[in-house]
Design a protein around this ligand. Sequence first.
Ligand code: AMP
Length: 287
Amino acid sequence: MKTAQTIAEVRQIVSDARTDGATVGFAPTMGGLHEGHLSLIDAARGECDFVVVSIFVNPTQFAPGEDLSTYPRSIETDLAACEARGADLVFIPSVETMYPRQAVTSVTVSQLTETLCGRNRPTHFGGVCTVVAKLFNIVLPDKAFFGRKDYQQLVIVARMVEDLDIPVEIVPCAIIRETDGLAMSTRNQRLSPVNRSQAVALHEALQSAGDQIREFHRPARDIITAMQEYIQANAPNGEIDYIQIIDPQTLQDVETTDRSLLIALAVKFPEARLIDNMLLDSAGQPQ
Ligand code: AMP
């Protein structure tokens, strides 16, 4: 496995791989790698000849007062994990490499960015789209692998690629969970033991919402109210940011539940804001 810190090195290594006819798969990450990230590498390994991972805590997707300075960083163990899972190249740029000067160009995706996480994080997806577009231009992958854990990000990046004719296929990957159901996240490690055990209520609320939809197709409003009550009772240290039931493509709220939909939530614990979601088909079966 190679590592590269500069854009020129990445371009050279990827172009050398391509001269042998290799297809290139790419998994962008912010490090603090766990099985969720590593499942993206596995998927890329399964579908592409040459696998690139990036590890970059992108400052432009954090607003002032968010957790940029305390975001968990573990580069040595991350590199070992990438190597063990068969990555070919890990790109670890510095902030100066990615942003050598104050940029005057950025990528803005409208509408899809204005709901869910975008409501309380209005600058977040602009930062994400701009850095992902830059990384695509640096790595030039055939396929890029994104987790459904960050469902809104996945939809936004896929739309950006379509609208800007970026020649990459976006491959969605399943949410990887801890044994008690909590969606894996780099930020989970910051939770106190009490809040870590309360956090399991997020997935439990999603599961029971799924059950209610499958069996009774209760209206979205009722499901959301039941989820709010469950989380308030079982995760009292968490403050609900949002719980929404939406169309999986447009991300617009839906009222009825006899259709394919996404239940998405964000809950803020004192140490970390957690997100999770569940995608259901029109029969209420998890996807
Ligand atoms: P991050 O390092 O948080 O920016 O995440 C990098 C990529 O890993 C994104 O595509 C995430 O959706 C994906 N990812 C993070 N956590 C999980 C998880 N628990 N299951 C699947 N993919 C994940």
